[in-house]
Design a protein around this ligand. Structure first.
Ligand SMILES: [Cu+2]
Length: 168
């Protein structure tokens, strides 16, 4: 008795629920579908706009932010592979580049009438300074890379004591 009651009730109840779900699901799904279509449309449009605005290849970034090599000062009397001399004067360097990477003895020969030095952009704690008519030497380890060499005495860099070069 109980079993037959359950059997008859269950399908009726089940189909009732099914109908309710069906009625509810219909508009709900189409509403959701519209939402999904709308959202994906917005995302697609955003992607198209972003792709149109995105910068080109990395060369644009390279030209703005040059790769800077690394230079470390070696201890006094350390063995070096090469000697490099740069003449400083009012207002410039000669040569205006360093071509050799590795362990170098770097000499600034000040042929000017005033104090000059050599510093490098983005390389702190290096300042090779020579009084007028004097020279100064430092032993350094220089990696390959791009460098900007300049004189930090006020006004000198702007007047021409600046050189950018790439050591290979
Ligand atoms: Cu100078």
């Amino acid at each position: 008795m109980a079993t037959s009651t359950e059997e008859t009730t269950a399908p009726a109840h089940g189909s009732d629920e099914g109908a309710e779900h069906g009625d509810g699901a219909g508009p709900g799904l189409s509403f959701l579908g519209g939402m999904v279509l709308g959202i994906s449309g917005v995302i697609g449009l955003t992607l198209v706009v972003m792709m149109a605005w995105a910068p080109g290849p990395n060369r644009d970034v390279d030209s703005i932010i040059p790769f800077v090599g690394s230079l470390t000062v070696l201890e006094e009397g350390a063995a070096v592979d090469a000697e490099v001399s740069v003449r400083g004067f009012e207002f410039g360097y000669d040569p205006d580049e360093i071509r050799t990477a590795g362990r170098l003895e770097l000499t600034l020969i000040n042929e000017g009438q005033i104090l000059h030095n050599i510093e490098f952009v983005n390389i702190p704690n290096f300042d090779l300074e020579a009084q007028a008519g004097q020279s100064a030497t430092a032993r350094v380890s220089m990696s390959s890379g791009k460098y900007i060499m300049f004189c930090s005495i006020p006004g000198h860099r702007e007047a021409g004591m600046e050189a950018s070069f790439e050591v290979e």
